[in-house]
Design a binder for this molecule. Structure first.
Ligand SMILES: Cc1cc2nc3c(=O)[nH]c(=O)nc-3n(C[C@H](O)[C@H](O)[C@H](O)COP(=O)(O)OP(=O)(O)OC[C@H]3O[C@@H](n4cnc5c(N)ncnc54)[C@H](O)[C@@H]3O)c2cc1C
Length: 379
């Protein structure tokens, strides 16, 4: 008999990976615990463009996207740091919705399907012993048969689990920062643009509430050179691209203070740590310019929910589950992450970015192929 006070699955982190995994497992009748350190609703640094590959999956979680009048994005524009521009149809395309809206809808849906959720609850340690996990948090201690790390690109838990990459103390160009604004502006509903500047790029596309998301990634070094002053760096570096200067100076910012995150890194990470199974950014962060980190987190949730053992007490099932997930994860994501890392490097350099865009302009099918290599099919 299964013990009443033990959860089948404890999910650490309530972003898109954790929320959708919790819903899918609860829909199967599993006893699910979700722990999130923030309190919904809250904003997140993210470009908020979601590849259409995950539209059906989000609807299957119980979110009626089709009734929400969301912008469908079918065109991509890319500019080099000097403003040189190319525009192209997107084969699959995407849609826009703020994380503030989507994460909150999913959280409410998780509660509806029976997930036991704690907000404002920071997990401080995860320990595996005798086929069970003990999870320590600011809301108390919990037990589960399986534990999932859906805690995003960086967390105190990486250190607690002693993950290999936490030992590498690198500075400078390998550390990135992300900055996000919501703006009101005059911009097409069906277009996403990616504007490059020295050591970074900035995306703009429509989301819900007649608002646009303006979000960029650059190096920590770039910010340091400008006295850690965001506005100063924007004026000195981003405005060198005339298209970005126009957007920044001719739009109304919805919340004046930008949302900023630091220490973003793109190196490979181990997929399973001390039997804690990682998904989303905790398993590996794809370069944001590929525009599909969110779909990858949700696709991993879909894969995990389909592989999840029917009997959580069966000790033999764990090894098979982990092995099958490893295989499926590499099949689905390894190539995307490699291509993403390559492009992340190319788009850092002013000259190379310009040359790449010039070279691609006459070959729209080649650009489509490159985009396709960082995306998956609908699921
Ligand atoms: C600048 C930038 C722009 C991007 N733009 C796009 C884009 O346009 N399209 C796209 O598809 N992807 C984009 N991405 C990537 C995308 O944001 C991520 O891939 C996606 O959010 C990953 O989801 P996740 O569930 O793994 O993590 P997250 O959504 O980050 O969720 C992790 C959650 O875990 C919680 N947490 C962390 N530690 C703990 C703890 N100890 N205890 C409890 N909770 C914890 C956090 O509060 C957070 O809510 C972008 C990324 C960046 C950096």
């Amino acid at each position: 008999m299964q013990q009443d006070n033990i959860f089948d699955a404890a999910i650490i982190g309530g972003g898109l990976g954790g929320l959708t995994l919790s819903i899918k497992l609860a829909q199967q009748g599993k006893k699910v615990l979700l722990l999130e350190k923030e309190t919904y609703p809250f904003h997140k640094v993210c470009g908020e463009y979601i590849s259409l590959e995950s539209w059906d999956f989000i609807e299957s979680c119980g979110i009626p996207l089709k009734d929400m009048n969301l912008p469908i994005i079918s065109q991509l524009g890319i500019s080099a740091p000097n403003g040189y521009y190319l525009q192209q149809n997107l084969d699959l395309g995407g849609f826009g919705i703020s994380r503030y809206t989507l994460d909150t809808l999913l959280f409410n849906q998780a509660l509806k399907v029976g997930v036991v959720a704690h907000q404002n609850c920071k997990v401080t340690a995860v320990q595996f012993e005798q086929n069970k996990f003990t999870i320590s948090s600011s809301s108390g201690t919990f037990k589960s048969y399986y534990a999932f790390g859906a805690y995003g690109k960086k967390s105190n838990l990486d250190l607690q689990l002693n993950r290999a990459f936490t030992q590498e103390i690198k500075q400078g160009k390998d550390n990135y920062i992300g900055v996000k604004y919501h703006i009101k502006t005059n911009f097409a509903n069906n277009l996403i643009e990616l504007h490059n500047f020295k050591d970074g790029y900035c995306g703009i596309s429509k989301i819900d509430q007649e608002t646009y998301c303006l979000c960029y990634l650059t190096t920590q070094e770039n910010l340091s050179k400008h006295g850690n002053q965001i506005k100063e760096m924007e004026a000195a570096v981003l405005y060198q691209n005339p298209r970005l200067k126009k957007i920044f100076t001719e739009s109304t910012i919805v919340y004046q203070k930008p949302l900023v995150i630091s220490q973003i890194r793109f190196e490979p990470k181990p997929l399973i740590e001390q039997h804690v199974i990682m998904l989303g950014d905790a398993a590996g962060l794809i370069a944001p310019l590929c525009g599909n980190g969110m779909s990858m987190a949700m696709r991993a949730a879909d894969i995990l929910s389909k592989l999840f053992p029917s009997n959580c007490e069966d000790e033999q099932a764990r090894a098979l589950f982990e092995e099958n997930y490893r295989k499926a994860w590499h099949q689905n994501f390894s190539t995307r992450l490699r291509v993403g890392r390559l492009f992340q490097k190319l788009f850092g350099s002013t000259q190379i970015t310009w040359l790449v865009i010039m070279a691609l302009k006459p070959f729209p099918r080649l650009l489509k192929k490159i985009i396709a290599s960082t995306h998956g099919k609908k699921f």
